[in-house]
Design a protein around this ligand. Structure first.
Ligand code: NAD
Length: 500
C-alpha cells in the first residue's frame, strides 16, 4: 500500500480515482508530513455505494448488538495499544502537544467503551400497553442506514469517535470524511476497525475537501443521515444540502463561550488562584482552537483589575512551541489561514478600542518555535464591548476578551448575548447563585467552578446556532437509531368502516 492510498472503500485501500493528492503540513514548521489521496465526488459516490450495499445486504445491521459492542471494545483496546503512536501523530498533524494527543486517544477509547456498554445494556425494544389483550405492541430501535460522518481539524480522532462508535454499535454503515488538513489519525482509526474485525464495506473513508466530498455526502440520496461537526458556515450548507433529500441531520457547530467570574469566587487566595488558572486553561488550551473554549471572560467589575493583571501575567508565560518538544505547553495554530484570521480579529478589536494586556502578535522564533510555524501569542484583550466582532464571532485562536458586570442579572445577560450556545462556566462560592445562574444560561453545557471537562455518559451539544442534536450520552446513540412501532393484532376482525 502506497502512502497516497488513504481512501477506504468496500474493505480496500486505494488512491483517489482521479489520482489527485494533497500534502499534509506540519503546522509547527510548514514542512510536509505526509501525502494523502485527494478524493472528489466520484470517490464519495463509490464509498456511498459500498456503504449502501453493506447496509442492505451485509451482515452488520443484523449482527447481535452484543457482538457489535464486542467489536467496539476490541477497538478501544487497540487504541490503547497504539496510544503513543496515535498521540504523536495527532500532535504533529493538528499542532497540539503530545500530552494533549495522548489524552485525546484515552478519551476516544473511553467513548468506544461507553457506547459498547450503553448499547449492550439496553433492551431490544419497549412493550407498549395497547389497552387490550388482543394487541401486542412493541417499539423497536433499528439502525438508520448509511451515515455520512464529517469532522473538523481541531480534535480529528475524538470528533470521529463520537460519531463512529454510536453509528457502529447501532448497526449502521458509514462514509467518513475527516478534515482535509488533518486526516492522519482518522486513517489510522479505520485501520484499527478493520483489525478489530469489522466486515468489509461497513466503514468507508474518503480523504478530500468539504466542497466536493463533504457536499456530495450531505446531498446524496443514498445517505440516510449526516452528522457534521465544524463551523457555522459549512454546517448551514450541510443542512441545506441534506434538506433536499430529507436526511436526518445532526450538527455540532461553533461556540462563543462565556466564563463568568463572580468576585466571591476570588475572596480567598486559593479561590483566586484556581479561577485565574482555569480561565487561562479555558481560553488557551490547544491555542484556543476548541469549540468550547472559554473565549469570553465576564468578570465582576470589583475584581477585574486584579484578575486581568494576573491572567495576563500568566498568559505571557505560556511556553509556545512545537507540540512534540518537552516542556511546550501550547502548540501553533493549525494553518496560515487560522493565523491570519486570529490577527485580523485582534487588529479589528484594537481599532474598536480593546486594550491588549498580553500577546497580540506572533512570537519571536526560537529553538522550539521555527520561524515558518503558525504561532500566535496567547492574547488577553481588556475593555471589550459586546458590540465588538471579536466578542461576537468565533475566532478559534488564542484570544480572550474581557467584559465586566456589576449585578447577577447583567452577568447572565452578557453570558447569553451570543447567537451560539455551546458551553459556559460560572465561578462563585455562593451555592444558590451557582444554581440560579446555571439555570439561566442558554448553553448546552454549564460548568460550575470548572471549565472544559465532559463525560461520555452526558450529552454534548449546543443551543442556538451551536447546532442541532446531541452527541455522547443516551441521546448520542439515539441519533443513530430509528424507532419502529410494531402493532400486532392477535385477534383480527373486519372493521366494517365501509358497508361493502
Ligand atoms: P469547517 O466547517 O471548515 O470544516 C469541518 C468539516 O466540514 C471538514 O471536514 C470540511 O472539509 C467539511 N466541509 C466544509 N465545507 C463543507 C460543505 N459545504 N459540505 C460538507 N462538508 C464540508 O470547520 P473546521 O475549521 O474544520 O473546524 C472548526 C469548527 O468546528 C469551529 O467552528 C468549531 O467550533 C467547530 N467544532 C465544533 C465542535 C462541537 O462539538 N460543537 C467540536 C469541534 C469543532
Amino acid at each position: 500500500m502506497s502512502a497516497e492510498e488513504t481512501i477506504h472503500v468496500g474493505g480496500r485501500w486505494r488512491a483517489a480515482l482521479a489520482g489527485e493528492t494533497r500534502e499534509i503540513v506540519d503546522p509547527a514548521d510548514a514542512t510536509i508530513l505526509a501525502v494523502v489521496a485527494e478524493g472528489a465526488e466520484a470517490d464519495a459516490d463509490d464509498a456511498i455505494t459500498a456503504a449502501r450495499r453493506a447496509f442492505d445486504e451485509g451482515p452488520w445491521p443484523r449482527t447481535p448488538v452484543a457482538e457489535r459492542a464486542a467489536l467496539l471494545r476490541r477497538t478501544a483496546a487497540l487504541l490503547r495499544r497504539d496510544r503513543e503512536e496515535l498521540g504523536l501523530l495527532e500532535s504533529r498533524d493538528a499542532g497540539k502537544t503530545v500530552e494533549e494527543g495522548r489524552v485525546d486517544v484515552d478519551c476516544v477509547a473511553d467513548a468506544f467503551d461507553y457506547f459498547a456498554g450503553l448499547a449492550a445494556g439496553q433492551s431490544a425494544g419497549r412493550v407498549v400497553d395497547a389497552g387490550t389483550d388482543s394487541v401486542h405492541s412493541v417499539v423497536v430501535y433499528e439502525p438508520v442506514g448509511v451515515c455520512a460522518l464529517i469532522t473538523p481539524w481541531n480534535y480529528p480522532l475524538l470528533q470521529a469517535s463520537w460519531k463512529v462508535a454510536p453509528a457502529l454499535v447501532a448497526g449502521n454503515t458509514f462514509v467518513l470524511k475527516p478534515s482535509e488538513i488533518t486526516p492522519m489519525t482518522t486513517v489510522a482509526l479505520v485501520r484499527l476497525l478493520t483489525e478489530a474485525g469489522l466486515p468489509e464495506g461497513v466503514a468507508n473513508l474518503v480523504t478530500g475537501p468539504g466542497h466536493s466530498v463533504g457536499a456530495r455526502f450531505a446531498g446524496h440520496p443514498g445517505v440516510d443521515l449526516v452528522s457534521f461537526t465544524g463551523g457555522l458556515v459549512s454546517g448551514t450548507k450541510v443542512a441545506r444540502s441534506a434538506a433536499d433529500t430529507v436526511k436526518k441531520v445532526a450538527l455540532e457547530l461553533g461556540g462563543k463561550n462565556p466564563n463568568v467570574v463572580f468576585a466571591d469566587a476570588c475572596a480567598t487566595e486559593e479561590g483566586f488562584d484556581t479561577a485565574v488558572d482555569q480561565a487561562l486553561n479555558a481560553a488557551f488550551i490547544h491555542s484556543g482552537q476548541v469549540c468550547s473554549a472559554g473565549s469570553r471572560l465576564i468578570v465582576e467589575e470589583s475584581v477585574r483589575e486584579r484578575f486581568v493583571a494576573e491572567l495576563a501575567r500568566r498568559a505571557g508565560r505560556i511556553r509556545l512551541g512545537r507540540g512534540t518538544e518537552d516542556g511546550v505547553e501550547c502548540g501553533p495554530l493549525v494553518s496560515p489561514q487560522q493565523l491570519e484570521k486570529t490577527e485580523y480579529y485582534v487588529d479589528a478589536a484594537i481599532a474598536e478600542g480593546a486594550v491588549v494586556r498580553s500577546g497580540g502578535r506572533r512570537p519571536e522564533p526560537s529553538a522550539t518555535r521555527p520561524a515558518n510555524g503558525y504561532f500566535y501569542e496567547p492574547t488577553v484583550l481588556d475593555r471589550c464591548e459586546r458590540t465588538m466582532r471579536v466578542v461576537r464571532e468565533e475566532v478559534f485562536g488564542p484570544v480572550l476578551t474581557v467584559e465586566t458586570f456589576t449585578t447577577e442579572d447583567e452577568a447572565v445577560a452578557l453570558a447569553n448575548d451570543t447567537e451560539y450556545g455551546l458551553a459556559g462556566g460560572v465561578w462563585t462560592s455562593d451555592a444558590g447563585r451557582a444554581r440560579r445562574v446555571a439555570g439561566r444560561l442558554r448553553h448546552g453545557t454549564v460548568w460550575i467552578n470548572d471549565f472544559h471537562p465532559y463525560l461520555p455518559q452526558a450529552e454534548w451539544g449546543g443551543f442556538g446556532k451551536s447546532g442541532v442534536g446531541r452527541e455522547l450520552g443516551p441521546s448520542g446513540l439515539a441519533e443513530y437509531r430509528e424507532a419502529k412501532h410494531v402493532y400486532q393484532n392477535l385477534d383480527p376482525k373486519p372493521v366494517r368502516w365501509f358497508a361493502g
